[in-house]
Each structure stands twice: as structure tokens, then as C-alpha cells.
Design a protein around this ligand. Structure first.
Ligand code: GDD
Ligand code: MN
Length: 420
């Protein structure tokens, strides 16, 4: 079993593969690290299969061709699943990430307490070729800034990193990445604590094209939403709860003014409050606390109405005590209403989160089923993959599972092969 698995996601990178493999292999040989290289290609049809066939005579390379899925992050996860090494290192194929840094990253990861090593562009000693336009730099700055509350690393956008296989194995079921930022996903979801950033020289690609499209950037926003939900589930719930509350206020006022046209103020006010409350309930049950939708709706509704009334009482008590105890607020009663609203909102949220919508957990674990990862596997192959995942991974059973895919995937273009 090799100590290191280098995982390289590729899409149309055939021109870069010979130099990449040469340099990875050279660097690890020099450092005396046993290594396998896994190229996870999304059916590029650019000669990647033939190139890997030829290159595997000289280098320990394996090719996994995916035909049913696309995307950098999911390709990396797939590579990690198939890897045999104790250390999993991920890098781009376009030679932006210097293979010569691999031994240093491996030796950092071997140190006790380190569970994530990142090839970073933004630590002392790092440099970059990138001659970005102002727009691209701003873009990168905003993207990095948005991830700031999630992790303390300087370059969370990087795609050059190494982890222990056990870190991946223990958290695999939580991983659900969209788009490009697989390092960020792992940093957040695997709760990596001992993180070491190693400075790198980030070279511009000279061959092939970047695949960073507008769509990938939109995916990044979706990915961030999920990571925030994961990392700060209560905060994410609270913001949604407040948003629903604000929409309820609008409904309340609209209904109140409409109802006053057909009845007197007293019943009109009561009906408007009831409609707004029911509106808030529907949105909180279906969006904010959607994970509790299985609970009995009537009992939940009853508890929700009760919590709204208690929230209103807290709101009233806070505003009134400000008005009666502080003379300034007596002259500015409307201003005194604001802390009341805030206190009522917090109180109401607390009750809702823990006593009304209390079943289940905010971020349900996503369990990846074998058939979900490799949709085209036959039943026996699925069973073999399940066995591979549940038992300690033996290289033999793993090879079987990959071969099974090779034989059962639709050979649309006769292209789907596995080079061991
Ligand atoms: N399998 C697979 N599927 N691989 C892909 C896909 C895909 O859909 N899209 C891109 N890749 C591979 C590329 O072939 C390359 O090896 C690597 O992922 C990075 O893609 P690039 O197109 O070179 O991305 P980039 O240079 O814009 O982004 C790089 O820099 C970013 C920071 O600026 C990557 O390292 C990112 O991870 C990094 O965030
Ligand atoms: Mn690149």
C-alpha cells in the first residue's frame, strides 16, 4: 500500500499530464515516498485515456473516468474514495500547483496534531504568477472574505491540500460539495484543527483552459449557504426566522387595512394578527425549521400561537418598562418599541427553536449511499462497493469495485476504462 495518494481531477488536461506525472513522480522518488497517482477525469475525450495508458508504463498512475457526473469537487471525493494511500493529496493538473512541494506537505502532515496541510498563495514566502484584472482580484477577494467566518486559513480558495485518509473516512457522509471549493468543504465539515499553510509559487497555466465559469461562481454561493448552515445552524435559522417575521409584519398591515374596510377596528386587528401568525407558522414550518415537518401539524400550530403570544407579552413588557422608567423613552415611545420588538423576536425564536419546532437537528446528516455515488453499478457491484466502504478497505476488494464499474458502465464511446 502506498503511503501517499495524489488525486488529480481533470477535465481536458491531456496536454498537461506528461509533465505533471513526470514531476510528481520525480519529487516523491527523490523524497523516498511511496505513491500512487489517481487521475479522476470527467470523460474529457481528448486522449486522456490513451495518454494515461502510455504514461502508466513509467509512472504509478490510475485513471478513473466518470461518465455520469461532472464537477471538480465530486471528482476529488470520488478519488479519495478509491485511494489506497494513508495520506490523500489533491492538486490541479495544469501545473499551477508545484509538484515539488509535495514532500514538504507530506512531512508537515506527518507531524503530530496536524490534520490539514494547504499549499497557500497568501502566507509569507508564497508568490503567484497570476496577473489578474482588477475585476478578477476583487472577485477573489470577495469570495475569500465571504468564507472568513468559516475558517481561519489565509487561502481558503486553494485547491492544493493534503489530509489523512482517516479524516476523510470519518466525515465522508457529511461531504456534499457543489462546485470548486473542496478544500473549504473539508476544512469546515471535517472540523480540521491542526491546519498548516505551506507557501507555494502559484504558476499560471500555460496549456489548456481554465474551467472557472460564471456558473461555478454561482455554485460557490450555494456552497457557502450550505457551509454556513452546517457551521452556524442556529444563526442561519435565526436569520430566516427574522426574515419570515418581517414578511409577517407586511401581511399583518395589509390585512389590517383591508379588514378595516369591512369591519370595526377591534375584530379587524384580531383577524390581521391571526392571519400573519398563520403565515409565519407556514413559512417557519416549511422553510426555517423544515427538518421538523414530520411532526404533528396541529400540536405544532398550537404551540406556535402560544409562543407568539408570549413573545408579544415580552415585547410589551420591555417597551412599557422603558417608557415608564426612562424619561427619554417616555418622549420617544416609538423608539422604545424597537428594543421591545428585538426582545420579543429573540424570545420567540428561542421558544420556537427549542419548544415548538424541536424535533430533529438543523443540519441533518447526509448519508451517501453506494448506488448514489456510482449510479451505473450492477447489484453485485453495488454490494461489493458497500462492503468496501463498510469494512477496512482492502486493495483487492477495492479493485473489484472499480473493475465492476468498468464493465457495467455504458460504453457509449468505448472510452470508459480503468488503468491500474
Ligand atoms: N474531473 C473534473 N471535473 N475536473 C475538473 C472539472 C470538472 O468538472 N473542472 C475543473 N477540473 C480540474 C481541471 O482540469 C484542473 O485540473 C483543476 O480542476 C482546476 O481547474 P482550473 O480550471 O485550472 O481552475 P482554476 O485555475 O480557475 O482554479 C484553481 O484556482 C483556484 C484558486 O484561484 C483551482 O485550484 C481551484 O481549486 C482554486 O480554488
Ligand atoms: Mn488552473
Amino acid at each position: 500500500m502506498p503511503e501517499l495518494s495524489v488525486i488529480v481531477p481533470t477535465f481536458r488536461e491531456v496536454e498537461n499530464l506528461p509533465e505533471l506525472l513526470e514531476r510528481i513522480h520525480g519529487a516523491v522518488l527523490l523524497a523516498g515516498i511511496s505513491c500512487e497517482i489517481l487521475v479522476v477525469d470527467d470523460n474529457s475525450r481528448d486522449g486522456t485515456i490513451e495518454a494515461c495508458d502510455a504514461l502508466r508504463r513509467r509512472h504509478p498512475v490510475r485513471l478513473i473516468t466518470r461518465t455520469t457526473e461532472r464537477g471538480l469537487s465530486s471528482a476529488v471525493v470520488r478519488g479519495m474514495r478509491e485511494a489506497n494511500g494513508e495520506i490523500l493529496l489533491v492538486m490541479d493538473a495544469d501545473l499551477s500547483h508545484p509538484p515539488e512541494k509535495i514532500p514538504e506537505m507530506v512531512s508537515q502532515l506527518r507531524k503530530p496534531g496536524i490534520d490539514f496541510v494547504l499549499g497557500s498563495r497568501y502566507v509569507p514566502g508564497a508568490s503567484t504568477d497570476e496577473e489578474w484584472s482588477l475585476f478578477r482580484r476583487m472577485n477573489s477577494l470577495v469570495a475569500t472574505g465571504l468564507a472568513w467566518p468559516l475558517t481561519a486559513v489565509r487561502d481558503p480558495m486553494a485547491g492544493f491540500f493534503a489530509i489523512h485518509r482517516r479524516t476523510f473516512a470519518e466525515h465522508e457522509a457529511l461531504l456534499d460539495p457543489v462546485g470548486y471549493k473542496i478544500a473549504l468543504e473539508i476544512l469546515v465539515k471535517c472540523r480540521c484543527r491542526g491546519v498548516k499553510e505551506v507557501p507555494i509559487y502559484f504558476a499560471d497555466r500555460t496549456k489548456g483552459e481554465s474551467k472557472l465559469t460564471f456558473k461555478v461562481q454561482v455554485q460557490y454561493l450555494r456552497h457557502l449557504r450550505r457551509l454556513y448552515d452546517f457551521r452556524f445552524p442556529t444563526l442561519a435559522n435565526f436569520l430566516l426566522f427574522a426574515l419570515v417575521g418581517a414578511s409577517g409584519l407586511v401581511i399583518d398591515l395589509v390585512c389590517y387595512s383591508a379588514a378595516m374596510g369591512i369591519m370595526s377596528k377591534g375584530p379587524a386587528r384580531a383577524i390581521a394578527i391571526w392571519i400573519a401568525m398563520t403565515w409565519n407558522f407556514a413559512f417557519n414550518r416549511n422553510i426555517t425549521f423544515a427538518y421538523t415537518r414530520d411532526e404533528d401539524i396541529l400540536s405544532q400550530y398550537g404551540r406556535f400561537c402560544l409562543s407568539c403570544m408570549l413573545g408579544a407579552l415580552v415585547n410589551w413588557l420591555v417597551s412599557m418598562s422603558l417608557v415608564t422608567t426612562l424619561p427619554w423613552f417616555a418622549d420617544h415611545a416609538l423608539v422604545a418599541a424597537l428594543p421591545g420588538v428585538a426582545a420579543g423576536l429573540l424570545f420567540n425564536f428561542t421558544i420556537c427553536r427549542w419548544a415548538v419546532f424541536s424535533g430533529g437537528e438543523p443540519t441533518p446528516m447526509r448519508v451517501v449511499r453506494p448506488e448514489e455515488t456510482v449510479p451505473s453499478l450492477t447489484t453485485s457491484a453495488t454490494a461489493s462497493l458497500a462492503a468496501t466502504k463498510s469494512s477496512a478497505k482492502s486493495p483487492a476488494s477495492q479493485r473489484d469495485s472499480i473493475r465492476a464499474e468498468e464493465t457495467s458502465t455504458e460504453p457509449a464511446d468505448g472510452n470508459n476504462r480503468f488503468a491500474a
